[in-house]
Design a protein around this ligand. Structure first.
Ligand code: DC
Length: 230
């Protein structure tokens, strides 16, 4: 494996449609760090619940499914559920609809958070993105970023993303979907979407993808070279 540039933990949180995944992936590539998309893990377990036609209010059934599920993410971002590749399927409409309610179940969160912490522990530096990374999964992260953008801009990006997949939705439909997800993700009792006090907030509304990546890399490089110089 190539030499990692920095041995550091970077948390990137924020709501859907802020460009978090694309930005985080590029930051990890440039800093030669491992990348973990925690949303993909919640999506994979959601797909399992869909396949099992699980009743989400039946705690025993939820626990049984959790105990009986394996989720693996490879370094090139393929997602495996019980040994089967589900990389594309977890981005589909069915999963989109159910992922927020599934992610609000405490038992689900506990299992995912434990896995995420174990992955961070065994990696030599990581860029981890999600909703509760700085607040819950890696409160000891060296860098905590929170990406945000206006609702209209987030909806515009989401619509373009869907259009690329051949799905045409009106602006209103997309805004409703995003609002719904924001509301469940931010209001759930167990580790909701959180902007921690020491997060570096970046409003990406009027920034290009490259500009956001550059901002993050600059903050990380500046601090690390300052620490080295002392
Ligand atoms: O980042 P994404 O849109 O792929 O995430 C899908 C859902 O997963 C999101 O609506 C909420 C949930 N999620 C979460 O609860 N905690 C995380 N750390 C990451 C995602």
């Amino acid at each position: 494996m190539s030499q990692r540039k920095y041995n550091t933990k970077i948390a990137i949180d924020g709501p859907a449609g802020t460009g978090k995944s694309t930005v985080s992936r590029e930051v990890s590539r440039r800093l030669k760090l491992k990348y973990l998309d925690t949303g993909a893990m919640y999506r994979a377990i959601t797909l399992k619940f869909i396949r099992e036609k699980a009743d989400l209010s039946d705690l025993e059934a939820v626990k049984k499914i959790l105990a009986d599920t394996s989720i693996k993410l490879t370094d090139n971002q393929e997602v495996f559920l019980d040994g089967q590749k589900v990389t594309d399927e977890i981005r589909g409409a069915e999963v989109n609809k159910l992922v927020s309610p599934v992610s609000a179940i405490s038992q689900v969160r506990r299992q995912m958070v434990d896995m995420q912490r174990a992955i961070a522990e065994e990696s030599e530096g990581i860029v981890m993105e999600g909703r509760d990374i700085a607040s819950k999964v890696m409160p000891d992260a060296d860098f905590k970023f929170y990406l945000d953008a206006s609702l209209v801009e987030r909806a515009r990006r989401r619509r373009n993303e869907l259009k690329d997949k051949g799905v045409i939705l009106s602006e209103d439909e997309v805004i409703t979907e995003i609002k719904n997800r924001d509301s469940i993700d931010s209001r759930r009792e167990d580790s909701p979407l959180t902007r921690v006090l020491d997060a570096i907030v970046i409003d990406t509304t009027e920034l290009s993808f490259e500009a956001v990546v550059d901002k993050i890399i600059k903050r990380v490089s500046d601090r690390l070279s300052y620490q080295k110089a002392r």
